[in-house]
Design a protein around this ligand. Structure first.
Ligand code: NAD
Length: 500
């Protein structure tokens, strides 16, 4: 048994709390590692290290900070495979999928390397007679990121590259279910030349999170995870005077209009519903074919493809979908399928009985691709986020019914429409109350130089992540108004200054 450690001041540090929990390999169902769970005092020590590093780091020229991130980016390009293997071993996703998340994370590093440009201020001359004014954006101090299990590399990289580039120091509290990727990232940042204390990792559970939420030296918290915890983080964080962005859960609908290219829509649904075993916040979990005719034709195209899905471990590079992250999560997903069946949905393809027959992987946490038809709004499997390889079909008879369905759901992370009609597509993207919209694109994850985030119960706080929203979140604006002595008046002024 090895114990996965914290990472402070550019070195791995063993936990001292006496608390730890096992980390599983979901492909085999075995555990050979544990992860340390930090106590409040251990978290406070990490915050102190990050606080001590901030004054120097914040005053380091942005170009120099960017050059360190640029070296880190090159390491990611060269050794992405190694990181992908670490991700797959604890998350279970296929190697190519893990490599995909490394690349999407790397793209945020590429964006952050533009820090000198991103931090350029504004200047106005003669805002009054002989008076100039300029804005700059300055870092906040110690920022923390609390991240979910489903993207152990990409989601932290939505946060820390921008936080570091803009002059903050950072503490990452990764998911305790797949914590190893964070240590490799920390080692590579050290190798790239990041000074001590600028990027730190604290492993842990609720106790560590609460310690971050209550430590007054943590100035901002970025969170990604489930909605109940996102709401808790937001409310507790702001009550403690912090800046908070907290992204939550999702239930993403894809509307398939009668004029859509059905082959294209079916193939898009396969990747969007079953890729990463449905453990993506941007997975499409609800297909909304408009008219029964479209529904029947779509299902006829999906069934053979779902039956042919290659479900297996990442070690088999031909696998298209891996296991779920834990046994508990596997059972929860199966429970949703059962509840759907009990509440009247038709189980067209049932993944509950899937048995992995590859030697050594028989006890992994696999659920086969599942298709539920005739799902309705009142069913638990519709209302709640399943986060597994389960696609629900909710049949609707018109565009407006489809839109109303989406608007009736509490989550509003992503959505998509498949159609050949530009007018319908334009109306949809303009009117739909969802944060990220795809037109004939099933998973519309914004690129690094745009920003990622949903609406409604999929987000708490004002700022989306990365892109300019990230720069704004991790900086505060300062406006300086300047007058030089030649313009100074000898007497004090008691009336409100005006343009003059
Ligand atoms: P989770 O909410 O269980 O955990 C997320 C983080 O919160 C982890 O670091 C965990 O240690 C911590 N945490 C868990 N319980 C806590 C508690 N009671 N108090 C304080 N901290 C706690 O989420 P997860 O299961 O790891 O990830 C899956 C969820 O994340 C899904 O709901 C998914 O939709 C969501 N997600 C959302 C986005 C997005 O951008 N909106 C992206 C990825 C994942």
């Amino acid at each position: 048994m090895t114990t996965i450690a914290h990472y402070i001041n550019n070195a791995a540090v063993a936990g001292t709390s006496g608390r730890e929990q096992p980390v599983f390999n979901p492909a085999t169902g075995t555990s050979e590692k544990t992860v340390a769970l930090a106590s409040t005092s251990e978290v406070d020590a990490v915050v102190a290290a990050a606080k001590a590093a901030w004054p120097k780091w914040s005053k380091t020229p942005a170009l120099r900070r960017a050059r360190i991130l640029d070296k880190f980016k090159n390491i990611l390009w060269e050794r992405g495979d190694q990181l992908a293997e670490v991700i797959s071993a604890e998350h279970g996703k296929t190697h190519d999928d893990a490599l995909g998340e490394v690349t999407r994370g790397l793209e945020v590093v590429e964006f952050a390397v533009g820090a000198p440009h991103l931090l350029k201020g504004d200047f106005s001359e003669n805002v009054g007679s002989g008076v100039d004014s300029h804005n700059i954006r300055q870092s906040l101090g110690v920022c923390a990121g609390i991240t979910p299990f489903n993207f152990p590399c990409m989601v932290p990289m939505w946060m820390f590259p921008v936080a570091l580039a803009t002059g903050n120091t950072f503490i990452l509290k990764p998911s305790e279910r797949d914590p190893s990727a964070s240590l490799l990232i920390a080692e590579w940042l050290t190798e790239a030349g990041l000074p001590e204390g600028v990027f730190n990792v604290v492993q842990g559970d609720k106790e560590a999170v609460d310690a971050l939420l209550h430590n007054p030296d943590v100035k901002a918290i970025s969170f990604v995870g489930s909605t109940p915890i996102a709401k808790y983080i937001y409310e507790t964080g702001i009550a403690n005077g912090k800046r908070v962005q907290a992204l939550g859960g999702a239930k993403n609908h894809m509307v398939i209009m009668p004029d859509a290219d059905l082959d294209m829509a079916a193939s898009a649904l396969m990747g969007a519903a079953y890729g990463s075993a449905g453990e993506r916040c941007m997975a499409i979990s609800v297909a909304v074919p408009v008219t029964d005719q479209v529904a029947d034709a779509l299902i006829a195209k999906l069934v053979p493809q779902i039956e042919a899905l290659k479900v297996g471990p990442a070690a088999d590079r031909t696998s298209e979908m891996g296991p779920l992250v834990t046994e508990q999560h596997m059972n929860k997903v199966k429970g949703y399928i059962t509840s759907g069946e009990e509440q009247g949905a038709k189980v067209v393809i049932d993944g509950r009985g899937f048995q992995q027959d590859k030697q050594g992987y028989e006890n992994g946490y696999y659920v086969g691709g599942t298709l539920l038809d005739n799902v309705t709004e009142d069913m638990t499997c519709y209302k709640e986020e399943i986060f597994g390889p389960v696609l629900s079909v909710v049949r609707k008879n018109s565009y407006q019914e489809a839109v109303d369905l989406i608007h009736g759901h509490e989550y509003a992370n992503g959505t998509a429409i498949f159609t050949r009609d530009g007018d319908v597509a334009r109306n949809f993207s303009q009117d739909i109350e969802v944060g990220m919209v795809g037109v004939n694109v099933p998973i519309p994850v914004p690129m690094a130089f745009h920003s990622f985030g949903g609406w409604k119960a999929s987000i708490f706080g004002d700022h989306h992540m990365h892109g300019m929203e990230g720069v704004r979140f991790y900086t505060r604006i300062k406006t300086t108004t300047t007058r030089w002595p030649s313009g100074m008046r000898s007497d004090p002024e008691f009336v409100m200054p005006t343009l003059g």
